[in-house]
Design a protein around this ligand. Structure first.
Ligand code: FAD
Length: 429
Protein backbone atom coordinates (compact mmCIF):
# COMPACT_ATOMS: atom_id res chain seq x y z
CA UNK A 1 0.00 0.00 0.00
CA UNK A 2 1.39 3.36 -0.99
CA UNK A 3 -0.38 6.68 -0.67
CA UNK A 4 1.24 9.53 -2.54
CA UNK A 5 2.07 12.46 -0.30
CA UNK A 6 0.26 15.22 -2.13
CA UNK A 7 -2.04 17.89 -0.92
CA UNK A 8 -5.13 18.38 -2.99
CA UNK A 9 -5.13 21.81 -4.56
CA UNK A 10 -1.60 21.54 -5.84
CA UNK A 11 -0.81 21.38 -9.55
CA UNK A 12 -0.65 17.63 -9.85
CA UNK A 13 -2.64 16.04 -12.66
CA UNK A 14 -3.40 12.34 -12.98
CA UNK A 15 -3.80 10.93 -16.46
CA UNK A 16 -5.71 7.64 -16.49
CA UNK A 17 -4.49 5.49 -19.37
CA UNK A 18 -1.26 5.83 -21.36
CA UNK A 19 -2.52 5.23 -24.89
CA UNK A 20 -2.18 7.88 -27.61
CA UNK A 21 -4.59 10.29 -25.87
CA UNK A 22 -3.10 9.89 -22.41
CA UNK A 23 0.46 10.23 -23.69
CA UNK A 24 -0.35 13.37 -25.71
CA UNK A 25 -2.06 14.92 -22.69
CA UNK A 26 0.74 13.87 -20.34
CA UNK A 27 3.42 15.15 -22.73
CA UNK A 28 1.79 18.59 -23.13
CA UNK A 29 1.16 19.05 -19.44
CA UNK A 30 4.62 17.85 -18.47
CA UNK A 31 6.26 20.15 -21.04
CA UNK A 32 4.20 23.05 -19.64
CA UNK A 33 5.65 22.38 -16.19
CA UNK A 34 2.78 20.45 -14.64
CA UNK A 35 3.37 17.63 -12.22
CA UNK A 36 1.80 14.73 -14.11
CA UNK A 37 1.45 11.06 -13.27
CA UNK A 38 0.14 8.66 -15.90
CA UNK A 39 -1.56 5.59 -14.49
CA UNK A 40 -1.61 2.70 -16.94
CA UNK A 41 -3.10 -0.73 -16.31
CA UNK A 42 -0.86 -2.61 -18.74
CA UNK A 43 2.84 -3.30 -18.59
CA UNK A 44 3.39 -1.10 -21.66
CA UNK A 45 2.33 2.27 -23.05
CA UNK A 46 0.45 2.78 -26.33
CA UNK A 47 -2.89 1.06 -25.66
CA UNK A 48 -4.46 0.20 -29.00
CA UNK A 49 -1.27 1.29 -30.78
CA UNK A 50 0.85 -1.81 -30.19
CA UNK A 51 3.61 -3.14 -32.41
CA UNK A 52 5.25 -6.55 -32.13
CA UNK A 53 8.92 -6.65 -33.15
CA UNK A 54 9.46 -10.37 -32.57
CA UNK A 55 7.16 -11.85 -35.22
CA UNK A 56 9.04 -10.89 -38.36
CA UNK A 57 12.17 -9.01 -39.49
CA UNK A 58 9.94 -5.92 -39.63
CA UNK A 59 7.42 -4.44 -37.18
CA UNK A 60 3.93 -5.99 -37.21
CA UNK A 61 1.03 -3.90 -35.93
CA UNK A 62 -1.40 -5.72 -33.63
CA UNK A 63 -3.69 -2.68 -33.33
CA UNK A 64 -3.50 0.63 -35.18
CA UNK A 65 -1.53 0.25 -38.41
CA UNK A 66 -1.97 3.29 -40.65
CA UNK A 67 -1.60 7.03 -40.38
CA UNK A 68 -4.83 8.11 -42.01
CA UNK A 69 -3.96 11.21 -44.01
CA UNK A 70 -0.83 13.15 -44.96
CA UNK A 71 -1.77 16.06 -42.70
CA UNK A 72 -2.63 14.15 -39.53
CA UNK A 73 -1.07 15.57 -36.36
CA UNK A 74 0.94 12.35 -36.13
CA UNK A 75 3.34 13.67 -38.78
CA UNK A 76 4.61 16.56 -36.68
CA UNK A 77 5.37 14.13 -33.84
CA UNK A 78 7.12 11.77 -36.26
CA UNK A 79 9.33 14.62 -37.43
CA UNK A 80 10.03 15.70 -33.86
CA UNK A 81 11.09 12.19 -32.85
CA UNK A 82 12.96 11.33 -36.05
CA UNK A 83 10.54 8.61 -37.14
CA UNK A 84 9.64 7.73 -40.72
CA UNK A 85 6.78 6.52 -42.85
CA UNK A 86 6.69 4.10 -45.77
CA UNK A 87 5.29 5.21 -49.12
CA UNK A 88 1.54 5.70 -49.17
CA UNK A 89 -0.58 2.57 -49.40
CA UNK A 90 -1.74 2.17 -52.95
CA UNK A 91 -5.29 1.03 -52.24
CA UNK A 92 -6.07 1.62 -55.92
CA UNK A 93 -4.20 -1.61 -56.54
CA UNK A 94 -6.47 -3.52 -54.16
CA UNK A 95 -8.68 -6.34 -55.38
CA UNK A 96 -11.87 -8.05 -54.33
CA UNK A 97 -13.33 -11.52 -53.93
CA UNK A 98 -16.99 -11.77 -54.83
CA UNK A 99 -19.26 -14.27 -56.53
CA UNK A 100 -16.46 -16.81 -56.08
CA UNK A 101 -14.08 -14.84 -58.24
CA UNK A 102 -10.93 -12.99 -57.35
CA UNK A 103 -10.91 -9.66 -59.17
CA UNK A 104 -7.93 -7.42 -59.77
CA UNK A 105 -8.26 -3.63 -59.44
CA UNK A 106 -9.28 -2.94 -63.05
CA UNK A 107 -11.91 -5.69 -63.10
CA UNK A 108 -13.31 -4.47 -59.80
CA UNK A 109 -13.37 -0.80 -60.83
CA UNK A 110 -15.24 -1.74 -64.00
CA UNK A 111 -18.12 -3.26 -61.99
CA UNK A 112 -21.31 -1.21 -61.74
CA UNK A 113 -21.51 0.58 -58.34
CA UNK A 114 -17.76 0.28 -57.63
CA UNK A 115 -17.67 4.06 -57.01
CA UNK A 116 -19.94 3.61 -53.99
CA UNK A 117 -17.09 2.04 -52.03
CA UNK A 118 -15.38 5.39 -51.43
CA UNK A 119 -15.81 7.38 -48.22
CA UNK A 120 -16.29 10.50 -50.35
CA UNK A 121 -19.38 8.96 -51.91
CA UNK A 122 -20.86 8.46 -48.43
CA UNK A 123 -19.79 11.98 -47.34
CA UNK A 124 -21.71 13.44 -50.28
CA UNK A 125 -24.77 11.27 -49.74
CA UNK A 126 -24.83 12.19 -46.04
CA UNK A 127 -24.53 15.88 -46.91
CA UNK A 128 -27.44 15.56 -49.35
CA UNK A 129 -29.50 13.82 -46.66
CA UNK A 130 -28.82 16.68 -44.28
CA UNK A 131 -29.54 19.34 -46.88
CA UNK A 132 -32.89 17.70 -47.56
CA UNK A 133 -33.69 18.10 -43.85
CA UNK A 134 -34.19 14.39 -43.36
CA UNK A 135 -34.19 13.10 -39.78
CA UNK A 136 -31.23 11.04 -38.63
CA UNK A 137 -31.27 7.50 -39.92
CA UNK A 138 -28.82 4.68 -40.51
CA UNK A 139 -26.12 4.64 -43.15
CA UNK A 140 -27.99 1.91 -45.04
CA UNK A 141 -30.32 4.69 -46.29
CA UNK A 142 -27.56 6.42 -48.20
CA UNK A 143 -25.16 3.70 -49.30
CA UNK A 144 -27.17 3.20 -52.48
CA UNK A 145 -27.26 -0.59 -52.30
CA UNK A 146 -30.87 -1.08 -53.49
CA UNK A 147 -29.88 -1.58 -57.10
CA UNK A 148 -26.84 -3.69 -56.34
CA UNK A 149 -26.56 -7.40 -57.03
CA UNK A 150 -26.30 -9.47 -53.86
CA UNK A 151 -22.55 -10.12 -54.02
CA UNK A 152 -21.72 -6.45 -54.46
CA UNK A 153 -24.06 -5.51 -51.61
CA UNK A 154 -22.36 -8.01 -49.29
CA UNK A 155 -18.97 -6.68 -50.31
CA UNK A 156 -19.95 -3.07 -49.64
CA UNK A 157 -21.39 -4.04 -46.29
CA UNK A 158 -18.12 -5.75 -45.34
CA UNK A 159 -16.11 -2.77 -46.53
CA UNK A 160 -17.92 -0.39 -44.17
CA UNK A 161 -18.30 -2.85 -41.31
CA UNK A 162 -14.55 -3.49 -41.29
CA UNK A 163 -13.67 0.18 -41.53
CA UNK A 164 -16.21 1.45 -39.02
CA UNK A 165 -16.21 -1.55 -36.64
CA UNK A 166 -20.01 -1.79 -36.89
CA UNK A 167 -22.59 -2.70 -39.52
CA UNK A 168 -23.99 0.18 -41.61
CA UNK A 169 -27.41 -0.19 -39.96
CA UNK A 170 -25.83 0.73 -36.63
CA UNK A 171 -24.15 3.89 -37.91
CA UNK A 172 -26.00 7.20 -37.85
CA UNK A 173 -25.89 9.55 -40.84
CA UNK A 174 -25.58 12.63 -38.63
CA UNK A 175 -22.82 10.99 -36.66
CA UNK A 176 -21.07 10.33 -39.97
CA UNK A 177 -21.37 14.03 -40.81
CA UNK A 178 -19.55 14.96 -37.60
CA UNK A 179 -16.64 12.78 -38.66
CA UNK A 180 -15.42 15.30 -41.23
CA UNK A 181 -11.68 14.48 -41.11
CA UNK A 182 -10.93 17.88 -42.67
CA UNK A 183 -7.46 18.28 -41.19
CA UNK A 184 -6.35 14.77 -42.03
CA UNK A 185 -5.40 15.15 -45.69
CA UNK A 186 -5.08 12.27 -48.11
CA UNK A 187 -3.87 8.67 -48.23
CA UNK A 188 -2.75 6.13 -45.67
CA UNK A 189 0.78 5.38 -44.48
CA UNK A 190 2.56 2.85 -42.26
CA UNK A 191 5.30 3.81 -39.83
CA UNK A 192 8.69 2.37 -40.72
CA UNK A 193 9.56 1.96 -37.03
CA UNK A 194 6.04 0.90 -35.94
CA UNK A 195 3.48 2.74 -33.81
CA UNK A 196 4.93 1.54 -30.51
CA UNK A 197 8.10 3.52 -31.14
CA UNK A 198 6.07 6.72 -31.48
CA UNK A 199 4.25 5.94 -28.24
CA UNK A 200 7.52 5.22 -26.44
CA UNK A 201 9.05 8.49 -27.65
CA UNK A 202 6.00 10.39 -26.42
CA UNK A 203 6.35 8.69 -23.04
CA UNK A 204 10.06 9.46 -22.76
CA UNK A 205 10.74 11.30 -19.50
CA UNK A 206 7.12 11.17 -18.31
CA UNK A 207 6.18 9.69 -14.95
CA UNK A 208 4.27 6.66 -16.20
CA UNK A 209 3.23 4.09 -13.63
CA UNK A 210 2.69 0.79 -15.44
CA UNK A 211 0.72 -2.13 -13.98
CA UNK A 212 -1.53 0.40 -12.25
CA UNK A 213 -5.12 -0.63 -13.08
CA UNK A 214 -7.48 1.97 -11.65
CA UNK A 215 -10.71 0.64 -10.17
CA UNK A 216 -12.17 3.75 -8.49
CA UNK A 217 -11.93 7.48 -8.94
CA UNK A 218 -13.16 9.51 -6.00
CA UNK A 219 -13.71 13.14 -6.83
CA UNK A 220 -15.15 16.39 -5.54
CA UNK A 221 -14.70 20.05 -6.33
CA UNK A 222 -11.29 20.07 -4.63
CA UNK A 223 -9.63 17.18 -6.37
CA UNK A 224 -9.43 13.49 -7.12
CA UNK A 225 -8.14 10.29 -5.59
CA UNK A 226 -7.52 7.35 -7.90
CA UNK A 227 -7.45 3.88 -6.38
CA UNK A 228 -5.67 1.01 -8.11
CA UNK A 229 -6.74 -2.62 -7.87
CA UNK A 230 -3.44 -3.28 -6.15
CA UNK A 231 -4.26 -0.95 -3.26
CA UNK A 232 -2.28 2.14 -4.20
CA UNK A 233 -3.87 5.59 -4.16
CA UNK A 234 -2.90 8.75 -6.01
CA UNK A 235 -4.23 12.21 -5.23
CA UNK A 236 -4.25 15.26 -7.46
CA UNK A 237 -5.96 18.50 -8.30
CA UNK A 238 -7.68 16.88 -11.31
CA UNK A 239 -7.69 13.81 -13.53
CA UNK A 240 -7.71 13.31 -17.27
CA UNK A 241 -9.70 10.18 -18.07
CA UNK A 242 -8.68 8.51 -21.34
CA UNK A 243 -10.22 5.09 -20.69
CA UNK A 244 -11.60 3.36 -23.79
CA UNK A 245 -15.35 3.75 -24.21
CA UNK A 246 -15.73 -0.03 -23.85
CA UNK A 247 -14.09 0.10 -20.41
CA UNK A 248 -16.27 3.05 -19.35
CA UNK A 249 -19.41 1.27 -20.55
CA UNK A 250 -18.49 -1.89 -18.66
CA UNK A 251 -18.26 0.16 -15.44
CA UNK A 252 -14.86 -1.33 -14.68
CA UNK A 253 -13.79 1.97 -13.15
CA UNK A 254 -16.30 3.40 -10.72
CA UNK A 255 -16.69 7.10 -10.12
CA UNK A 256 -17.53 8.23 -6.62
CA UNK A 257 -19.82 10.16 -6.70
CA UNK A 258 -21.33 8.88 -9.95
CA UNK A 259 -20.68 10.89 -13.09
CA UNK A 260 -23.39 13.44 -13.94
CA UNK A 261 -26.37 12.08 -15.87
CA UNK A 262 -25.40 13.74 -19.17
CA UNK A 263 -21.93 12.14 -19.01
CA UNK A 264 -23.42 8.75 -18.27
CA UNK A 265 -25.82 9.24 -21.18
CA UNK A 266 -22.92 10.00 -23.53
CA UNK A 267 -21.07 6.88 -22.39
CA UNK A 268 -24.13 4.69 -22.80
CA UNK A 269 -25.26 6.31 -26.04
CA UNK A 270 -22.10 6.04 -28.13
CA UNK A 271 -21.28 2.73 -29.79
CA UNK A 272 -18.30 0.54 -28.97
CA UNK A 273 -17.45 -0.99 -32.33
CA UNK A 274 -15.73 -4.35 -32.59
CA UNK A 275 -12.63 -5.24 -34.60
CA UNK A 276 -10.16 -8.11 -34.64
CA UNK A 277 -7.01 -8.80 -36.53
CA UNK A 278 -6.15 -12.31 -37.66
CA UNK A 279 -2.43 -12.39 -38.38
CA UNK A 280 -1.13 -15.42 -40.27
CA UNK A 281 2.54 -16.09 -40.84
CA UNK A 282 3.51 -18.53 -43.60
CA UNK A 283 6.73 -20.36 -44.44
CA UNK A 284 6.74 -18.65 -47.80
CA UNK A 285 4.45 -16.36 -49.72
CA UNK A 286 1.56 -18.07 -51.47
CA UNK A 287 0.17 -15.07 -53.31
CA UNK A 288 1.13 -13.50 -56.60
CA UNK A 289 0.71 -9.92 -57.72
CA UNK A 290 1.23 -6.68 -55.83
CA UNK A 291 -2.22 -6.35 -54.25
CA UNK A 292 -1.94 -4.32 -51.05
CA UNK A 293 -5.43 -5.41 -49.95
CA UNK A 294 -8.31 -7.69 -50.77
CA UNK A 295 -11.90 -7.02 -49.87
CA UNK A 296 -14.02 -10.13 -49.51
CA UNK A 297 -17.65 -11.13 -49.09
CA UNK A 298 -16.48 -13.73 -46.56
CA UNK A 299 -16.57 -13.04 -42.83
CA UNK A 300 -12.87 -12.17 -42.79
CA UNK A 301 -13.89 -8.96 -44.67
CA UNK A 302 -10.51 -7.49 -45.64
CA UNK A 303 -6.98 -8.83 -46.00
CA UNK A 304 -3.66 -7.09 -46.45
CA UNK A 305 0.07 -7.65 -46.20
CA UNK A 306 1.52 -5.83 -43.18
CA UNK A 307 5.02 -5.93 -44.64
CA UNK A 308 4.17 -4.60 -48.10
CA UNK A 309 6.57 -1.92 -49.29
CA UNK A 310 9.44 -3.19 -47.13
CA UNK A 311 12.55 -4.77 -48.58
CA UNK A 312 12.45 -7.46 -45.90
CA UNK A 313 8.73 -8.28 -46.14
CA UNK A 314 7.86 -11.48 -44.30
CA UNK A 315 5.15 -13.81 -45.70
CA UNK A 316 2.43 -12.53 -43.38
CA UNK A 317 -1.15 -11.58 -44.12
CA UNK A 318 -3.54 -9.80 -41.83
CA UNK A 319 -7.30 -10.36 -41.89
CA UNK A 320 -9.37 -7.49 -40.52
CA UNK A 321 -12.95 -8.02 -39.47
CA UNK A 322 -15.47 -5.77 -37.74
CA UNK A 323 -18.91 -5.90 -36.15
CA UNK A 324 -20.70 -9.23 -35.82
CA UNK A 325 -18.09 -10.97 -37.97
CA UNK A 326 -15.54 -10.01 -35.30
CA UNK A 327 -17.82 -11.57 -32.69
CA UNK A 328 -18.14 -14.75 -34.73
CA UNK A 329 -14.37 -15.04 -35.08
CA UNK A 330 -13.89 -14.46 -31.34
CA UNK A 331 -16.48 -17.12 -30.54
CA UNK A 332 -14.39 -19.66 -32.47
CA UNK A 333 -11.38 -19.16 -30.22
CA UNK A 334 -7.91 -18.51 -31.62
CA UNK A 335 -7.14 -21.97 -32.96
CA UNK A 336 -10.38 -22.41 -34.91
CA UNK A 337 -10.31 -18.76 -36.02
CA UNK A 338 -6.93 -19.42 -37.63
CA UNK A 339 -8.29 -22.51 -39.42
CA UNK A 340 -11.30 -20.48 -40.57
CA UNK A 341 -9.04 -17.74 -41.88
CA UNK A 342 -6.98 -20.31 -43.77
CA UNK A 343 -10.14 -21.70 -45.36
CA UNK A 344 -11.06 -18.22 -46.53
CA UNK A 345 -7.64 -17.74 -48.10
CA UNK A 346 -7.85 -21.18 -49.77
CA UNK A 347 -11.27 -20.31 -51.16
CA UNK A 348 -10.18 -16.89 -52.44
CA UNK A 349 -6.90 -18.01 -53.97
CA UNK A 350 -8.09 -21.46 -55.13
CA UNK A 351 -5.52 -23.24 -52.96
CA UNK A 352 -5.53 -26.44 -50.93
CA UNK A 353 -3.96 -27.40 -47.62
CA UNK A 354 -2.63 -23.95 -46.87
CA UNK A 355 -2.31 -25.06 -43.27
CA UNK A 356 0.84 -26.95 -44.25
CA UNK A 357 2.44 -23.67 -45.19
CA UNK A 358 1.38 -21.89 -42.02
CA UNK A 359 4.10 -21.17 -39.54
CA UNK A 360 1.95 -19.58 -36.88
CA UNK A 361 -1.01 -17.26 -36.37
CA UNK A 362 -2.66 -14.92 -33.87
CA UNK A 363 -6.20 -13.71 -33.36
CA UNK A 364 -5.85 -10.24 -31.86
CA UNK A 365 -9.29 -9.84 -30.33
CA UNK A 366 -9.38 -6.30 -28.95
CA UNK A 367 -12.99 -6.52 -27.74
CA UNK A 368 -11.93 -9.43 -25.50
CA UNK A 369 -9.01 -7.45 -24.09
CA UNK A 370 -9.97 -6.38 -20.56
CA UNK A 371 -8.32 -2.96 -20.90
CA UNK A 372 -10.02 -2.15 -24.21
CA UNK A 373 -13.29 -4.09 -24.52
CA UNK A 374 -13.89 -2.72 -28.02
CA UNK A 375 -12.27 -1.91 -31.34
CA UNK A 376 -13.14 1.76 -31.72
CA UNK A 377 -16.19 3.94 -31.22
CA UNK A 378 -19.02 4.86 -33.57
CA UNK A 379 -22.01 7.19 -33.42
CA UNK A 380 -25.31 5.32 -33.67
CA UNK A 381 -28.52 6.77 -35.10
CA UNK A 382 -29.59 9.67 -32.87
CA UNK A 383 -26.13 9.91 -31.29
CA UNK A 384 -24.79 13.08 -32.94
CA UNK A 385 -23.46 15.43 -30.26
CA UNK A 386 -22.59 12.65 -27.82
CA UNK A 387 -18.86 12.84 -28.58
CA UNK A 388 -18.78 16.48 -27.44
CA UNK A 389 -20.86 15.52 -24.41
CA UNK A 390 -18.32 12.83 -23.55
CA UNK A 391 -15.43 15.27 -24.05
CA UNK A 392 -16.80 18.03 -21.77
CA UNK A 393 -15.08 18.43 -18.38
CA UNK A 394 -16.91 17.86 -15.11
CA UNK A 395 -16.42 20.71 -12.64
CA UNK A 396 -12.87 21.35 -13.85
CA UNK A 397 -11.85 18.24 -11.93
CA UNK A 398 -12.54 15.40 -14.34
CA UNK A 399 -11.39 15.91 -17.92
CA UNK A 400 -12.03 13.49 -20.77
CA UNK A 401 -9.98 12.49 -23.81
CA UNK A 402 -9.56 9.47 -26.07
CA UNK A 403 -10.59 8.61 -29.60
CA UNK A 404 -14.29 8.42 -28.67
CA UNK A 405 -14.21 12.11 -27.65
CA UNK A 406 -12.89 13.23 -31.03
CA UNK A 407 -15.81 14.51 -33.08
CA UNK A 408 -13.90 15.06 -36.30
CA UNK A 409 -11.49 12.14 -36.40
CA UNK A 410 -12.64 9.49 -33.98
CA UNK A 411 -11.45 5.91 -34.32
CA UNK A 412 -7.93 6.97 -35.23
CA UNK A 413 -4.60 7.44 -33.48
CA UNK A 414 -4.36 11.05 -34.57
CA UNK A 415 -7.90 11.70 -33.28
CA UNK A 416 -6.78 10.30 -29.92
CA UNK A 417 -3.58 12.40 -29.99
CA UNK A 418 -5.54 15.56 -30.83
CA UNK A 419 -7.95 14.86 -27.99
CA UNK A 420 -4.98 14.60 -25.65
CA UNK A 421 -3.65 17.98 -26.78
CA UNK A 422 -7.14 19.46 -26.49
CA UNK A 423 -7.64 18.19 -22.95
CA UNK A 424 -4.22 19.43 -21.85
CA UNK A 425 -5.20 22.93 -23.01
CA UNK A 426 -8.44 22.62 -21.04
CA UNK A 427 -6.55 21.64 -17.89
CA UNK A 428 -4.14 24.54 -18.35
CA UNK A 429 -6.96 26.95 -19.17
C1 FAD B 1 -7.50 -3.50 -34.60
C2 FAD B 1 -7.41 -1.99 -34.63
C3 FAD B 1 -6.90 -1.36 -35.75
C4 FAD B 1 -6.81 0.03 -35.81
N1 FAD B 1 -6.25 0.61 -36.89
C5 FAD B 1 -6.02 1.93 -36.89
C6 FAD B 1 -5.26 2.52 -37.93
O1 FAD B 1 -4.81 1.85 -38.85
N2 FAD B 1 -5.03 3.86 -37.87
C7 FAD B 1 -5.51 4.63 -36.85
O2 FAD B 1 -5.26 5.84 -36.84
N3 FAD B 1 -6.23 4.08 -35.84
C8 FAD B 1 -6.48 2.76 -35.83
N4 FAD B 1 -7.15 2.19 -34.80
C9 FAD B 1 -7.72 3.05 -33.76
C10 FAD B 1 -6.65 3.53 -32.77
O3 FAD B 1 -5.90 2.43 -32.35
C11 FAD B 1 -7.33 4.18 -31.58
O4 FAD B 1 -8.25 5.18 -32.02
C12 FAD B 1 -6.32 4.87 -30.65
O5 FAD B 1 -5.16 4.11 -30.50
C13 FAD B 1 -7.02 5.07 -29.31
O6 FAD B 1 -6.17 5.74 -28.41
P1 FAD B 1 -6.75 6.12 -26.98
O7 FAD B 1 -5.66 6.74 -26.20
O8 FAD B 1 -8.03 6.84 -27.14
O9 FAD B 1 -7.17 4.71 -26.32
P2 FAD B 1 -6.21 3.49 -25.92
O10 FAD B 1 -5.08 3.39 -26.85
O11 FAD B 1 -7.10 2.31 -25.78
O12 FAD B 1 -5.63 3.95 -24.50
C14 FAD B 1 -6.35 3.80 -23.31
C15 FAD B 1 -5.41 3.27 -22.24
O13 FAD B 1 -6.15 3.08 -21.02
C16 FAD B 1 -5.62 1.92 -20.39
N5 FAD B 1 -6.57 1.42 -19.41
C17 FAD B 1 -7.71 0.72 -19.62
N6 FAD B 1 -8.30 0.44 -18.46
C18 FAD B 1 -7.53 0.99 -17.47
C19 FAD B 1 -7.64 1.07 -16.05
N7 FAD B 1 -8.63 0.50 -15.39
N8 FAD B 1 -6.66 1.72 -15.38
C20 FAD B 1 -5.62 2.32 -16.02
N9 FAD B 1 -5.48 2.27 -17.37
C21 FAD B 1 -6.43 1.62 -18.08
C22 FAD B 1 -5.39 0.97 -21.55
O14 FAD B 1 -4.53 -0.07 -21.19
C23 FAD B 1 -4.83 1.91 -22.61
O15 FAD B 1 -3.42 1.96 -22.57
C24 FAD B 1 -7.26 0.80 -34.71
C25 FAD B 1 -7.77 0.17 -33.58
C26 FAD B 1 -7.86 -1.21 -33.53
C27 FAD B 1 -8.40 -1.88 -32.29
Amino acid sequence: MNTSQIDKGNSRVLVIGAGAAGLAAGRSLHDAGYDVILLEARNRVGGRAWTRYDLAPHPVEMGAEFIHGDKAVTWSLMRKYGLHALDKVDWEQGGAYLDERLLGPEAFDALPHAEKFSLVHVDEAAEAWHNADQPDSSLTEILGTDEMPEGMRALLRNRFTGDMAAEPERLGIYGWLEWIRVHDGQDDFRLVEGYSRLMERLADGLDVRLNAPIERIKWDANGVTAHTRTGDTFEARCAVVTLPLGVLQAGDVTFDPLLPANKQAAIAGLGSGLVNKLILKFKEKFWTGPSPALLTTLDSQIWWRPGIGRANEAPIVTGYMGGQAAERFMALGEERAIVEGLHHLEQMFGLKELQRQLETGWLVAWPADIYTKMGYSYVPVGGAGLRDQLAAPVEQVLFFAGEATSRECASTVHGALESGFRVAAEVMG
